[in-house]
Design a protein around this ligand. Structure first.
Ligand SMILES: [Zn+2]
Length: 187
């Protein structure tokens, strides 16, 4: 009996670690720690894309790993390029209710609109849908011992978060997105 309980517990642990789980306080899942911050080749604060022209749907931006490191902050790189997850309730946009367009933090493509944002209670910014078709791509993600659907920027292939089938109307979807993958362009 003890053995069976241990087995069940070992099954439960991967679930409790899953990012963006609804209805429970997920433990903060810090992005992986690398070298000291002063070793980082990129900017210390995110570079804004708000004043750049809107890239057309279908446009692709493909950069080398070294180029991404020079272009992104360490925190952006660890989430966008290494599928990290920022801590819940300790990020820029989970409780930000301003109107605007959420751009990709990596390439500036428009990804989500504030009109589709809702308070999911998870501690991450959550949306019922992408801003328009063709802006994000979705992939099966079998990490952490469970099947989830990963959401990436269609233009630069940057990791954004995951989508779950437990959102509010009209779509019943919940796009659970890392703030650090986004930039809110007001207006
Ligand atoms: Zn992008």
């Amino acid at each position: 009996m003890t053995g069976r309980r241990s087995f069940l517990l070992s099954l439960a642990i991967p679930l409790s670690l899953a990012a963006c789980r609804k209805g429970q306080a997920s433990p903060p899942q810090a992005a992986p720690q690398g070298a000291r911050p002063d070793d980082w080749p990129g900017p210390r604060t995110p570079v804004s894309h708000a004043d750049e022209p809107v890239p057309p749907i279908g446009d692709r931006l493909r950069l080398s790993d070294a180029e991404w490191r020079r272009r992104l902050t360490r925190e952006q790189y660890e989430v966008l390029r290494q599928e990290g997850t920022e801590p819940p309730f300790q990020n820029a946009y989970f409780d930000d209710h301003r109107a605007g367009t959420f751009l990709c933090g990596g390439c500036g493509a428009p990804l989500f609109a504030s009109r589709d944002k809702f308070d999911s209670g998870t501690g991450w910014p959550s949306f019922t849908r992408p801003i328009e078709e063709g802006r994000v791509v979705e992939h099966a993600d079998r990490s952490l011992g469970m099947l989830r659907t990963e959401v990436r920027c269609a233009r630069c292939d940057g990791h954004l978060g995951h989508v779950f089938p437990d959102g509010p109307p009209p779509t019943r979807l919940r796009y659970c997105i890392n703030s650090v993958s986004l930039e809110l362009k007001l207006g």
